[in-house]
Each structure stands twice: as structure tokens, then as C-alpha cells.
Design a binder for this molecule. Structure first.
Ligand code: PLP
Length: 355
């Protein structure tokens, strides 16, 4: 592992006073972690420096050909004031898998993890205290070569920035309405669906915008070939409960292998639910909702952990799920996973990394 240098800020910013107004991703801490990659040299110069702007050449490849990948993980404050991370090494391993698809270099995961931990320790006072709040951590990798030729870059920047974020649920877990997108697609077989690349998001914004105008909070994507099978929601994987049986789309290369998805599938089995990963036709899901067999639907992702879905709209048919209320399975899984993340429940899966 390479030595990480630290330059502390001489002008610390005022930290947000009112933690109930934090929102998501608009305030950043005092420092950031940076590391360069040069072809032939590998990852060099890992450093923590004051948070600030970059100066990039307008021809930098990231602006033109979009070699940009990112991750999202969180640091949680326990009731005793201590801090803990949740499966951060899995995020860095996923970034290396994203990088391979984007022809970007494998991350030096060990140095990146040390940098992540050191950065959070230096900015520890920025981790908020109120229930449900956390420090959102955003590792990112971009291509920097000032070069308009289309090819893999030779110089990359890896950086980590941190943002204190508010409680996703101020009034308890509120079910959301989701719009099943049947025109645009997010990912196709052989594409970049399984990566956390910026381009996947760029291509999704239009559908999200249209859904919002129709009164839905997010889009549910169908497969990119037949538009018959459930893939996932904007930044969440989807799960459906039939009583105590949970089904979720299997990982097929076009959906993102969520760390929350994996954690929920593991916990669900430990709690005595049965789980099944398979191809799920949206027509069958709608039939099962109409027939009352499907009792709950929810999304899983780092930001919200679990987001119950109270209504689905597909081709102008609107169906309410579980009376529009959060169901017992989603509530139990939410309570258990957040309990582990905030240190209220013992972690029996080796997921927690205490700082
Ligand atoms: C990040 C993301 C998820 C959720 O992944 P987690 O690791 O659980 O946060 C799901 N779908 C997409 C498209 C994502 O980008």
C-alpha cells in the first residue's frame, strides 16, 4: 500500500447546524481524497487535500467520451458516538468491475480503502448525529487525457468526496409511486447496465423527468430487448414479496448488482423468509397484484436502504400494492439492516468496519 499524504485545510467550513435540513448531496466536507493513475506507472500520489475545484483541460476525455464511474457508500454514527462503514470494500471491488467494462484501470483497492477510512476520520465531525442521517461517500474515477481521439485514456483521476445527508424518511417509511417505463430503456445485453457508469444515468434522466411530471417519483426499467421483464428502478434494485417469499430479478448483466440487494437477500434468509432470483415478467407481476397474491414491492439501495412501493403504473394501468402502506416484510428488513448499519443490532455477516 502506498503512503497517503495529508494536507489539512486552513479554512474549515461551518458545519450545517440544523441536521433536519441536510437533504441529499449538496453540502461537502472539508477534505477529499485524490489518487492519479498513469499508464505504465499505476496508481500514484494518494493524497488527502482540502475540498476544492479541479482545473481540467476542456479536451479532457471524460467530457467527450464519458469514461466516468462512481460508487456510493455511507458512514453511520452509532448511539455511542462511534463511526462505522458498511461493506466499503465491496463498493471498491465493484468499481474495479465497472472499470474493466469501461476500459479503465483496476483500482488500487487497498490504498483506496485506506484513503476512504482516513478521509472519514479526518472529517469525522461532519458525520451527522440525528437518527437516519449519515455521511454519504462518493468514490469516482474519470479519464483526464487532453486528447480528442477515441481510445482508452492513459491518465485517470480517482477521487472521494463526502456529503452529510439527511434522513431519507422524516415521517417513517413512506411508500412511493413508480412508473413502469415502456418506451425508453436503460441497459441492454452486452452493454454497461451492470456498471455504475455516469453514462447509464445520463441516459436515464429523460424518462425520470417524464415520470416525475406524471406524478411518479421514479422509473421502473424493463429489459432493453423485449421490454417484458423487470430490471430495476433508477438507483435501486426491485424486490417483490408474496407473503414471506421474496422474489427479485436475477443478475443478468444489465442490472446493477446492488450491495443493499445482496445484504437484504442474505438477511431475509437469516430471518426465515425464502428468496428467489429469477426473470420476472411485468405482466405476471401485474396479474399477481390484481389477484392479491403479491403483497409487497420495495426497492433496495444505499440511499434509502428500502423504499416501499405503494403504486405501480404500467401502460396507463395503475395498481395499488399492499393498500399503499409499508408491509411487514419491508419493515422488518429495513429495521434489521439499518439496525446493523447504526450498530443497534450485532453484525453477524462481517459487514461493519468500525473506524
Ligand atoms: C447504485 C445503484 C443501485 C443500488 O446499489 P447499492 O449498492 O445497493 O447502493 C441499484 N441500481 C442502480 C442502477 C444503481 O446505480
Amino acid at each position: 500500500m502506498k503512503e497517503i499524504t495529508v494536507e489539512k485545510t486552513l479554512a474549515p467550513k461551518a458545519r450545517p447546524q440544523d441536521e433536519s435540513k441536510l437533504g441529499f448531496g449538496s453540502i461537502f466536507t472539508d477534505h477529499m481524497f485524490l489518487m492519479d493513475y498513469f499508464k505504465g506507472e499505476g496508481w500514484v500520489n494518494p493524497r488527502i487535500v482540502p475540498y476544492g475545484s479541479f482545473t481540467l483541460d476542456p479536451s479532457a476525455m471524460v467530457f467527450h467520451y464519458g469514461q466516468a464511474i462512481f460508487e456510493g457508500t455511507k458512514c453511520y454514527r452509532r448511539a455511542d458516538g462511534g463511526l462505522q462503514l458498511f461493506r466499503p470494500q465491496d463498493n471498491l471491488a465493484r468499481m474495479t468491475r465497472s472499470a474493466a467494462r469501461m476500459c479503465m484501470p483496476a483500482l488500487d483497492e487497498q490504498t483506496a480503502l485506506e484513503g476512504l477510512k482516513k478521509l472519514v476520520e479526518i472529517d469525522a465531525d461532519w458525520v451527522p448525529h440525528q437518527p437516519g442521517t449519515s455521511l454519504y461517500i462518493r468514490p469516482t474515477m474519470i479519464a483526464l487525457d487532453p486528447q480528442l481521439g477515441v481510445h482508452a485514456a492513459r491518465h485517470y483521476l480517482f477521487f472521494i468526496i463526502c456529503s452529510p445527508v439527511g434522513s431519507y424518511y422524516k415521517e417513517g417509511l413512506k411508500p412511493v409511486g413508480i412508473y413502469v417505463e415502456d418506451e425508453y430503456v436503460r441497459a441492454v445485453r452486452g452493454g454497461t447496465g451492470f456498471t455504475k457508469c455516469a453514462g447509464n444515468y445520463a441516459a436515464s434522466i429523460l424518462a425520470g423527468d417524464i415520470a416525475e411530471k406524471k406524478g411518479y417519483s421514479q422509473v421502473l426499467w424493463l429489459d432493453g430487448v423485449e421490454q417484458k421483464y423487470v430490471e430495476e428502478v433508477g438507483s435501486m434494485n426491485m424486490m417483490f414479496a408474496y407473503g414471506s417469499h421474496i422474489v427479485t430479478p436475477m443478475l443478468n448483466g444489465s442490472i446493477l448488482p446492488g450491495i443493499t440487494r445482496d445484504s437484504i437477500l442474505t438477511l431475509a434468509q437469516q430471518l426465515g423468509y425464502t428468496v428467489e432470483e429469477k426473470r420476472l415478467a411485468i405482466a405476471d407481476i401485474f396479474e399477481d397484484i390484481r389477484a392479491g397474491r403479491l403483497t409487497e414491492a420495495f426497492g433496495t439501495g444505499t440511499a434509502a436502504v428500502i423504499s416501499p412501493v405503494g403504486e405501480l403504473c404500467w401502460k396507463d394501468e395503475k395498481l395499488v400494492i399492499g393498500g399503499g402502506q409499508i408491509g411487514p416484510v419491508a419493515q422488518k428488513l429495513y429495521d434489521t439492516l439499518t439496525g446493523i448499519q447504526y450498530g443497534r443490532i450485532p453484525d453477524e455477516n462481517g459487514w461493519i468496519m468500525k473506524l
